[in-house]
Every structure is written in C-alpha cells, then in structure tokens.
Design a binder for this molecule. Structure first.
Ligand code: IMP
Ligand code: MG
Length: 191
C-alpha cells in the first residue's frame, strides 16, 4: 500500500514504489497554524500587509492561515521553482509567475510551504526588496534546518522537520499528494 491508512488514494498515483509515514497529523497542523496566526497578528495586524503566497506548495497553508486572521490584508501569488520533478534540489530558482499587485510601501509576508536550503526564500526576498516595500518577512509552515545554510532568517515557522522528503498539505511529489490533509514522509522501496 502506497498511501497512509488514514487517507488512501484510490487508485494510487503513478509513482515509484514507496510507502508514506505520517509526520504531522491534520490536527497538529491546525493547532500550530492557530498559534502562528496569533504571532502574525501581533506583528502585522495593524500594518495592512500583503501576503505573497508562493505557488504551488503554499496554497493550502495560506488558505488555512488566512481564515484564522481577523484583520485586513491582501493576498497575491507568485510561482517559484527550484526542484523540477526531482526530489533533490537543482540549486537554481526561477520565478515563473509574478505578482499582479504593487508592493511599494506595503508590508510583505512571504508565505512558503517549506524552507529547505533557503535558496528560494533568499532569492524571493532579494527580488521583492528591489520593489520598495515597507518590509519583507517570511512565514513558512515547515523548515528543514539540516540543509539550511542560514541564507534567510525566518520570521514565522510552523515546524522544524528532519531532512526527509515530505508530501501532503500542498506539498507534492511529481505533482501528486498535494491533497493529503496531513504531512507524510516518503519512503522509497527498493532503491
Ligand atoms: P529551498 O530553495 O531548498 O529552500 O527549497 C524550497 C522549495 O523546494 C519548496 O518551496 C518546495 O517547493 C521544495 N521542497 C523542499 N523540500 C521539499 C519536500 O520535502 N517535499 C516537497 N517539496 C519540497
Ligand atoms: Mg514551495
């Protein structure tokens, strides 16, 4: 069985043989986002911020975070990629889709699914900082400190996780598993 017992995809996605082990349950994620929303409110609640959701992985996180925030803010989207379809980072970051709104004089919160090496966040921060924002902060649900070479400080971080490839809650493996309500570690079988 490829997927977890809690949420089995039927049929299973066309991926190499593997099993999934739940790392963060749906409820743990929800509770942590509630805590994070309080921290975000303290810092940005009266600043009319603009959230920059980094597609595709952060779509679920930003949707759940946004619904816990009871102050005015806007949301825009960009798409950055560094991975391609591989589970090993290529080290290169591209912006495939840019923001629609101006961030000039706005307080920006970059919302990411996961910070691994930190290259993506470093690149995005540097890019957005050239557009005259009032400030740029980073909020990530997951962080793998093992690979992080302290390229960019994280202002809000949900969970620090071990250096394993994970899927679910917006994060994918070759486009699959974004719909899992929990976060699971991938164990490939037979390599
Ligand atoms: P970084 O530039 O190395 O920090 O990588 C960040 C990006 O790589 C994230 O926004 C994800 O899209 C992707 N990524 C890193 N680790 C994982 C993982 O374990 N599962 C799925 N995607 C990942
Ligand atoms: Mg991402």
């Amino acid at each position: 069985m490829a997927t977890t017992t809690k949420f089995r995809l039927n049929p299973e996605p066309p991926l190499p043989a593997h099993r999934l082990e739940i790392l963060l349950e749906e409820e743990e994620i929800r509770n942590r986002i509630t805590e994070m929303s309080r921290n975000v409110r303290e810092v940005l609640g009266n600043k009319d911020p603009i959230f920059v959701c980094v597609l595709k992985g952060a779509f679920m996180f930003v949707a759940d975070l946004a619904r816990q925030l009871d102050f005015p803010f806007s949301i825009d989207f960009l798409r950055a990629s560094s991975y391609g379809d591989s589970v090993v980072t290529s080290g290169e970051v591209r912006m495939d889709l840019d923001l629609q709104q101006s961030i000039s004089n706005r307080h920006v919160l970059i919302v990411e699914d996961i910070v691994d090496t930190g290259l993506t966040v470093k690149y995005l921060k540097a890019n957005l900082e050239t557009r005259n924002p009032a400030s740029v902060r980073v909020c990530t649900l997951l962080h793998k400190p093992a690979n992080n070479v302290k390229l960019a400080p994280l202002d809000f971080c949900g969970f620090e996780i071990p250096n394993h490839f994970v899927v679910g809650y917006g994060l994918d493996w070759q486009g699959y598993y974004r719909n899992l309500p929990h976060i699971a570690q991938v164990h490939e079988i037979g390599d």
